[in-house]
Design a protein around this ligand. Structure first.
Ligand code: MN
Length: 628
């Protein structure tokens, strides 16, 4: 470890009362505004300038960046970290760690947590912001201890939320507990931008009375209040605030860095940062952001409704993307209404990954199914089993019963139930896993990581396209998809011969290819269109005409036809032809919206036919398995 690194891992004295800034442009800002899509190459355009600013830290890793790197950008997240470390030698690098969930969506075993932290520290993380979605401190114990062992800075989090079971006194008590656990700094993580200026002042004041370590405030400007809350929090004794450079700020992102710097200028809270240098960075980021236009969503502006629905910034844009995939964007408002109800049923968990996904997906299913808890995700079931930790308040009996029946929830630390995982992965001896970092990526995202490694091996890694989607039939690309593809009937002349073509229907996109069913002079033809720029229109329903076969599988007709409640990808098939099943048995699981959904047998009987395999994309109207 270099001298500089040791320096960066020392906590500086903050008794001068000046405000310190963490800029989130390389993590939360683009996670909240452009679905975590900023690429390392674009980050490197900024690092020279960023390294000159004198931020307290730069948030560069963790949260969704790890997943997005592997899944969409086809970048190795560890390589990104090493690259940024080199490019930012003078600035503390910070990451967001979801406690025992690391950068994923479930609890990992302690050996994975320990190794992940030590490798992250080795490759450049100086400050680990560690939280647990339920504020269950048992879930951050191991991560905290590992950070201390790595001699990095442990920033322990309180996830801020409002509910009948959360109080500022309770949060202040939690802060004391975190200090006793070894926290170097305390972070108030207001992921949904719920803090009002008055609440911020009161909360920070109450915590300041109890603890004397630096207090770091993280908020989102979703409700337009964050900059005011920051001001009041600083006045009440907070030391560090999270901001994003202005051209990647506001709305569901953090308040603008320059505005906060300007607000404190000349006061005893002066940040000392150079506004003209920040302006240069903002200009570059403005240009870079243009490339990511297709990931901009209409839900990233200021919307004080977040004060009611309590949805974190990143979740709103993800939810919008997910509903778009389900072709149900019109249900957004219903889902917004259902989220607080599900949250109440679950004992008021703060909404942050992964609890935000658990609540969000269950609420989405409750709306899409037209009946509450008709379909229960595995994650909802695990939540009620206590596998995420202790819910903050009482859970609803009906929802609990629907989820786990008469089963008793666990009471121990959830990770105590997990066997060590790394040895098992090492023993697989898979030559695609080259390094310990590969093994960690694999431990956290087995399917996505393995796909990444295979493509890396084959030399076919390619990031998803930045092109705006435009339909393949020739209408020009537009941010809002045209209601109809036009024309759906036309004449084509090839080598002097004219054919009458009518678009009869289209199948679903699989591996970048999508079948279209065309009537050519009244004879039905299947044409496979493969886009070179990933621009295949999303659903079959858009095509006008007498809709022909919409997929390769038959439509469900019989009562024994097994169908998926949501479009998704098959991740396991639990039965074989000839198996006897009981009504309600799980016959396959489908991943949708990053959640596992169990699909149950609609009747008791024998499995006659299986039309799917692991990895297939499936849709609700298709027969996946036949039971008789
Ligand atoms: Mn955030």
């Amino acid at each position: 470890m270099t001298e500089t690194r040791t320096e960066l891992r020392k906590l500086n004295d903050m008794s001068d009362g000046r405000t310190r800034i963490m800029d989130t442009v390389l993590r939360d800002s683009h996670q909240s505004l452009i679905a975590t899509r900023m690429r390392t190459a674009d980050m490197l355009e900024l690092t020279d300038l960023l390294d000159k600013v004198g931020y307290w830290s730069l948030e560069v890793w963790g949260g969704a960046t790890f997943d997005a790197c592997l899944r969409f950008l086809k970048e190795d997240p560890w390589e990104r970290l090493k690259t940024l470390r080199k490019a930012l030698p003078n600035t503390r690098l910070q990451m967001l760690l979801r406690g025992q969930n690391l950068v994923g969506y479930r609890h990992y075993s302690d050996d994975v947590v320990e190794k992940f932290v030590s490798r992250s520290a080795k490759h450049g993380i100086d400050v680990f912001r560690i939280f647990d979605a339920l504020n269950d401190t048992r879930n951050i114990e191991v991560a905290m201890r590992s950070v201390k062992e790595a001699k990095a800075i442990a920033e322990a989090c309180i996830c801020y939320t409002t509910s009948p079971v959360h109080t500022h006194e309770g949060f202040a008590e939690m802060a004391t507990k975190l200090v006793n656990m070894g926290a170097d700094t305390i972070c108030i993580k207001d992921m949904a931008g719920l803090l009002t200026p008055d609440a911020a002042h009161d909360l920070i004041g109450k915590i300041r009375e109890k603890v004397d370590i630096p207090i770091h405030l993280h908020s989102h400007d979703s409700s337009g209040l964050a900059s005011m809350s920051y001001m009041k929090a600083i006045e009440a004794g907070a030391n560090i605030i999270d901001t994003g450079i202005s051209s990647m700020a506001s709305g569901t992102s953090q308040p603008p860095t320059e505005s906060m710097v300007a607000a404190f200028k000349g006061t005893k809270y002066d940040t000392g940062l150079d506004l003209s240098l920040l302006a240069d960075i903002a200009e570059k980021v403005r240009e870079i952001r243009k490339k990511y236009k297709r990931f901009e969503s209409e839900f990233t502006g200021i919307n004080p409704r977040t004060l009611v629905v309590q949805i974190p910034g990143g979740m709103i844009s993800n939810l919008a993307n997910q509903l778009k995939e389900q072709n149900a964007l019109d249900k957004m408002n219903e889902v917004f209404d259902e989220i607080p109800r599900v949250r109440k049923d679950m004992g008021y968990p703060p909404l942050v990954t992964p609890s935000s996904q658990v609540v969000g997906t269950q609420a989405t299913l409750n709306v899409l199914m037209g009946e509450r808890y008709k379909v229960i995700t595995s994650e909802t079931r695990n939540y009620f089993k206590g596998l995420y930790g202790k819910p903050p308040g009482e859970v609803n009996d009906y929802a609990m019963k629907k989820a786990i029946g008469d089963e008793e929830p666990i009471t121990c630390r959830p990770a105590d139930l997990l066997e060590p995982e790394l040895d098992k992965i090492a023993r697989k001896n898979d030559d695609k896993l080259k390094t310990i970092e590969d093994m960690l990526s694999y431990a956290i995202f087995p399917v996505v990581a393995m796909e990444f490694f295979e493509q890396r091996e084959a030399g076919t890694l390619e990031p998803e396209s930045l092109e705006m989607p435009e339909d393949l039939l020739g209408s020009s690309g537009n941010a809002s998809p045209a209601p109809h593809l036009s024309p759906s009937e036309f004449n084509v002349t090839v080598h002097g011969e004219t054919f009458h073509i009518k678009v009869a229907g289209a199948g679903h996109q699989v591996d970048g290819k999508r079948p279209f069913f065309l009537k050519v002079d009244d004879r039905l033809e299947e044409v496979m269109l493969e886009s070179l720029t990933e621009v295949v229109p999303s659903t079959a329903g858009e095509i006008e005409g007498d809709s022909m076969a919409r997929s390769f599988r038959p439509r469900a007709k019989q009562e024994g036809d097994v169908t998926t409640p949501v479009p998704g990808k098959v991740i396991s098939v639990k039965v074989a032809v000839g198996d006897k099943v009981e009504e309600g048995d799980t016959v396959l699981t489908v991943e949708a919206m990053k959640m596992e959904n169990e699909v149950h047998a609609p009747i008791s009987g024998e499995v006659k036919k299986i039309m799917i395999k692991v990895g297939d994309s499936v849709n609700p109207d298709e027969t996946l398995i036949e039971i008789e």
